[in-house]
Design a protein around this ligand. Structure first.
Ligand code: ZN
Length: 115
């Protein structure tokens, strides 16, 4: 048995922002993940793109079902409209439940402000 068998690649993100959002989302549910390749995007031009996609790895196999469920819920919300964080004023895609910049959660009040 090696350590690699204890961690599971959960998701390959399109960019580091998405990866960090997902990591925070899972962390908010008590699920520990680690990001791989998160620092490689600064080396654009030197590495093949496919090698640079951030990967979200699950540390504990027991969290796998719950983590996959959370990811499904996350991506099923993609039809929601964008919202602007009232704390830091960053715009977030509707699929994001928490602000990518400061991790504040979205509320209905913010939808009214941006309408
Ligand atoms: Zn924010």
């Amino acid at each position: 048995m090696t350590e690699d068998l204890n961690s599971i690649k959960l998701y390959t993100a399109a960019d580091i922002i998405e990866a960090q959002i997902l990591q925070k989302l899972l962390a908010s549910e008590g699920i520990t993940t680690t990001l791989k390749n998160e620092n490689l995007q600064t080396g654009v031009g030197e590495l093949p793109f496919v090698e640079m996609w951030p990967e979200l790895w699950l540390l504990h196999l027991r969290d796998l079902d719950r983590a996959r469920q959370l990811l499904n819920e996350f991506f099923n919300r993609n039809t929601a409209s964008d919202w602007v964080c009232t704390i830091c004023n960053e715009r977030n895609p509707g699929s994001f439940d928490i602000c990518w910049a400061c991790t504040e959660t979205s509320t209905d009040d913010e939808d009214n402000l941006t309408a």
